[in-house]
Ligand binder design. Structure first.
Ligand code: NAD
Ligand code: LMR
Length: 324
């Protein structure tokens, strides 16, 4: 079978250390699909990258056909079918994700150009490096020959956090919870929406108290990233790698009947959200392409939250205008 080329940036970093071994073991594309890993990091990380390449080979993964390590983005992206843009500085204690914008924005302008030159023409590209939404917008704008729908930014970790918290509260398995949505920015303004969620087929907001939803659930999901940083001294890595795998699996294999997932994608004006920002939406996937779920009722409470996170994304866009 023809191997799938999977490019990963920031390959010497913490998230990638969880991600790469799962991809090579078949955790991304299944037990029959060979892969070639194309790993990018900055030149000073060359020795670490070499070590990781040796470790990958030392696993003797039957599905791993080759490992390329490089500090040249064009080489890393050459012919890539699936791309994980992880390489970016993480935030530390006391920082907001948007504080990373100046440090990381330039990376996504350069890599957008390299993607435009090098990837397979139907590649799917997932941005994981923060601040994800605006970094994805920068990459999209610097890759004019690619379809913006080939890009998404990751809010699957927020989605999974919401799923797990609701399931725990209702004392049901996570598989009994459906139709969770994360709207907007992967930041503290994101809106975890339970108005359309279902628990065992029943409206989620009939199963939990509205006070718990507004005063505990929403802020816990919005601030989970900084909570992890306070506790671990560094940002989430295992859960982030898992979310990246799940996001890409949904994108490749589709969403199960009747359910949806959250992906931050270039707004097409759906739900009245301003075009030309990357905004997390509920999406279904079929045939490798996502479709925004388009018929949800948005009440006044939701509208206010959708607008607040939209406003923040518009401000982020202004801050990087020169790179778009
Ligand atoms: P890390 O510091 O451990 O690793 C980042 C790696 O990127 C480093 O090896 C670094 O050398 C590399 N890098 C820097 N500039 C690069 C460039 N131009 N090209 C290629 N590689 C480059 O960080 P991490 O914990 O792996 O996190 C990576 C990013 O993911 C951070 O921005 C973090 O905030 C973000 N993140 C996002 C989510 C999410 O839910 N979307 C979750 C967790 C972390
Ligand atoms: C997260 O949500 O855990 C990541 O985006 C890391 C962070 O900075 O919060």
């Amino acid at each position: 079978m023809t191997p799938v080329r999977v490019a990963v940036t920031g390959a010497a970093g913490r998230i990638s250390y969880s991600l790469l071994f799962r991809i090579a073991a078949g955790g991304l594309l299944g037990p029959d699909q060979p892969v070639i890993l194309q790993l990018l990091d900055i030149e000073p990380m060359g020795k670490v990258l070499q070590g990781i390449s040796l470790e990958l080979r030392d696993c003797a993964f039957p599905l791993l056909e080759d490992v390329v390590v490089t500090h040249d983005a064009d080489e890393a992206f050459a012919g890539a079918d699936l791309v994980f843009l992880v390489g970016a500085r993480p935030r530390g204690p006391g920082m907001a994700r948007k504080d990373l914008l100046q440090a990381n924005a330039g990376i996504f302008a350069e890599q957008g150009k390299a993607l435009n030159r090098a990837v397979s023409k139907d590649a799917r590209i997932l941005v994981v490096g923060n601040p994800v939404n605006t970094n994805a917008l920068i990459a999209i704008k610097n890759a004019p020959d690619l379809d913006p729908r080939q890009f998404a930014a990751m809010t699957r970790l927020d989605h999974n956090r919401a799923l797990s918290l609701l399931a725990e509260k209702c004392r049901v398995p996570v598989t009994d919870v459906r139709r969770i949505t994360i709207w907007g920015n992967h930041s503290a303004t994101q809106f975890p929406d339970l108005f359309h969620a279902q628990v065992q087929g029943q409206a989620a907001l009939e199963r939990v108290d509205r006070g718990w939803y507004e005063n505990e659930f929403i802020p816990v999901v919005q601030h989970r990233g900084e909570n992890i940083i306070e506790l671990e001294g560094q940002s989430s890595a295992g859960s982030a790698a898992h979310a990246a795998i799940e996001h890409m699996r949904s994108w490749v294999f589709g969403t199960p009947g009747g359910d949806w997932v959250s992906m931050a994608v270039l707004s097409d004006g759906s739900y009245g959200i301003c075009e030309d920002i990357v905004y997390s939406m509920p999406v279904t996937v079929a045939g490798g392409a996502f479709k925004i779920v388009d018929d949800l009722e948005i009440n006044d409470f939701c509208r206010e939250k959708l607008t607040e996170t939209e406003r923040e994304l518009l401000q982020e866009r202004e801050a990087v205008r020169a790179l778009l």
